[in-house]
Design a protein around this ligand. Sequence first.
Ligand SMILES: [Fe+2]
Length: 334
Amino acid sequence: MPRPHIEPFVELNDGYKKFRLIGFTGADYKVLSLDTDTGACSLKVRFNNGFARKPGLSYSDMEMFVLGGEMQVGDDIIGEGHYMFVPAGVAIPAINVADGCEALVFYDDSEPDYEESDHHHDLALRAGYISLNSYQDTPWSGGSIVSPSVATGCMIKLLRFDPLTEAMTFLYCMTPEFMQDNISYHDCGEESYHIWGTSWMMQFGELPTGGYFWRPPYINHGSFRSKLGCIAIGRTDSKLHNYFHFNPWTNPNENLHRAASMLYRQRPQLFKWVAAEGGHNHPHGPSGQLAAAPHDFEHPEYLDDPQVDMLNKQVMRFLQADRSGHHHHHHDDD
Ligand SMILES: [Fe+2]
């Protein structure tokens, strides 16, 4: 099962468990979220005094954010605020922890694993490796690097951006007395851990230091407040688009339909191609009855809009021509 909606969860209330996997003994963990199909997970890990591990790699992409203490990785000492993205198959040097270290550790593709190795796997995407101190080595940007934007007063440090999926890992902060009065949802899964401070959302109340959520797509969140400010690390699993609105009663299915209706209006070619399921890329597929236009709870009459109507009629004709073209090809091949 993909990760369920976990919100709010405050890990500081829970105890650690002993890590017993090879490469992790000497560390303790708490599970923040877990995909029970793949083993992908987000953990808080305490590396105890004397933790030591030889150089090695994982078969999953791994991300780590150091919350406190220090860790020696090869010749480097990394500490509070350090962020690493280690692609699957990239070997990292020996790790030694002299005096305790706490970190968030994310395995994106599978359960935590470790294989001793002093060289990278041949297929590893070495160029994807990232290691920086997020507090010292990179500046804050406006939240408007994502548009439509969160309110001013919520800022972002982009730590990782996947050019294929547009998945992101980032720090964000809210100024004291931050407020945003609308409701948001996204097409992506969204995850956050509050490093320090408290923020408030209408649906979920206050999320304090140590607060965490894993939120599947299309779930309403907001409005937002932060009395004294906060700093958090966030991740998405694909493109983060802020769908804003002011209706607190919609459910995720209605939100999804509204998002699809935007695709219908704004990218009609793409919508039709996607909606003609099975018919567009296989000669024996169902020959493409087009899905009905999705309902938009904010604009229930949008189909009457002449521009929307015209664009979609054009697409319909284009698709019919395309489909007869497909049939020709198929018969010619026979
Ligand atoms: Fe969000």
